[in-house]
Design a binder for this molecule. Structure first.
Ligand SMILES: Cc1cc2nc3c(=O)[nH]c(=O)nc-3n(C[C@H](O)[C@H](O)[C@H](O)COP(=O)(O)OP(=O)(O)OC[C@H]3O[C@@H](n4cnc5c(N)ncnc54)[C@H](O)[C@@H]3O)c2cc1C
Length: 381
């Protein structure tokens, strides 16, 4: 049994899996510790959309909007990594890059589409604002009420139940040790290295990577770090399978909505609508009001969905920061302790995983992380 790792990664969601892969690929000895089963929390309940065009900046009830311009260069970098990821990991995960339409229903929303399109072009993401008629040539089931849509050929989705496992398998092939049902219960700082504990068991580590998603703050407290990451629960809706009618991802510029038909034929509807309750120990509970609101939007934009049967809804936890921006980097005052997490971490998973490996290796990160560093939300207590 190994009692020393170069890097202990805490959390086996998509970020822990990606960071574990990029680190172990470079020859670091890596231990990935997971409290429960792997990929069960945010990463097992996500919609799995690859959001490359500028997103709608607010979930329902979200007070501070996402800085969508700051996101764009990061989305482009993540998009480029996803393009080669199935090949790199040597297995498919039902990635579909058929593009996406962000729709507008009012003249004011059309103006918003134009503005976001200019920002996208400025960031090197090619998009095109289409008339409603041209958008319906791409997706004939779009409502007649859609006036225009921003088209981005890079948008897509992947099966989140497969992506994390693909990263974990390759990490294991590179020597990483993956320990599910091993909650990290203590992290003692000794000089610049760490003793990581799970109950009575302990391991020495030169580096710690805290990618515990909604539990980042709890894990931080084990090392007397106050990390300003909270949690909300949001929900998804899935219809029964139908014949293929939608090849593209659909979003709305003025409202939180995402709709797609996955490879098995089910239509998946989301947008970050709030769940009835957040549970950090068990399962968060979906809300009927959110189900009604989210599904009604989807039917308004895509009337065909109204004839489908709803199969199930579920809710999952999401890590959030005060400024709604991700957090990625080394914690100030705690050398060799890194954190990564926050919103849209599925889209950003390969990028954040690679950035963590770069930072551990003391190289410039794969993406410029200005404004995302932990210093804005972390302090040693
Ligand atoms: C319903 C929903 C829809 C979403 N849709 C999208 C989308 O379409 N596109 C997109 O880009 N993003 C989306 N997101 C966001 C994205 O899915 C998440 O940000 C991402 O999956 C989070 O991954 P993570 O690895 O950071 O966290 P998680 O997947 O939550 O993993 C953290 C892990 O840490 C473990 N852990 C916690 N404490 C400990 C401990 N003490 N010891 C060991 N392990 C511990 C947990 O058990 C958990 O498995 C969505 C999220 C939700 C909930």
């Amino acid at each position: 049994v190994t009692d020393h790792f170069d890097v202990v990664v805490i959390g086996a969601g998509v970020l822990g899996a990606a960071a574990g892969y990029y680190l172990s690929r470079e020859g670091w000895s890596v231990g990935i510790f997971e409290r429960g089963a792997v990929n069960r929390q945010g990463s097992g309940s996500t919609a799995g959309n690859l959001h490359i065009q500028a997103i709608h900046p607010r979930r329902p009830g979200q007070a501070v909007p996402v800085d969508i311009k700051r996101f764009l260069p990061l989305q482009l970098a993540a998009s480029n990594m996803w393009t080669t990821l199935e090949e790199e990991l040597g297995e498919g995960f039902e990635m579909t890059r058929n593009g996406g339409l962000m729709v507008a229903e009012t003249p004011a929303q059309v103006a918003e589409l134009e503005a976001k399109h200019r920002a996208e072009l400025g960031a090197g993401i090619e998009t095109e604002v289409l008339s409603g008629e041209d958008a319906r040539k791409i997706l004939p089931i779009l409502s007649d009420k859609i006036l225009a849509a921003d088209w981005c050929s890079r948008d897509g989705y992947a099966n989140p139940l497969l992506v994390t496992l693909a990263f974990l398998r390759r990490a294991r092939d590179c020597g990483a040790v993956i320990s599910p049902f091993t909650p990290v219960t203590g992290i003692d700082l000794e000089g610049e290295s760490f003793t990581v504990r799970s109950g009575d068991r302990r391991w020495h580590a030169s580096h710690v990577v805290n990618v515990a998603g909604p539990w980042i703050a709890n894990v931080g407290r084990l090392t007397r770090l106050n990390i300003g990451v909270g949690a909300v629960a949001i929900q998804m809706h899935l219809t029964r399978r139908a014949g293929p009618r939608m090849q593209v991802l659909v979003q709305h510029v003025g409202e939180a909505l995402s709709v797609k038909q996955v490879q098995a034929g089910n239509v998946m509807i989301g947008g970050g609508w709030p769940a009835a309750s957040l549970s950090m120990e068990g399962r968060s509970q979906p809300s009927l009001a959110s189900a009604r609101g989210n599904v009604q939007q989807a039917v308004r934009v895509l009337p065909w969905i109204g004839d489908l049967q709803l199969l199930r809804t579920w809710a999952g936890p999401l890590a959030v920061t005060r400024d709604e921006m991700p957090v990625v980097g080394e914690v100030p005052g705690c050398r060799n302790y890194f954190v990564a997490g926050g919103t849209y971490a599925f889209t950003f998973a390969p990028l954040w995983g690679k950035c963590i490996a770069d930072l551990v290796g003391r190289r410039p990160p794969a993406a410029a992380l200005e404004g995302l560093e932990p210093k804005r939300i972390c302090r040693v207590v």
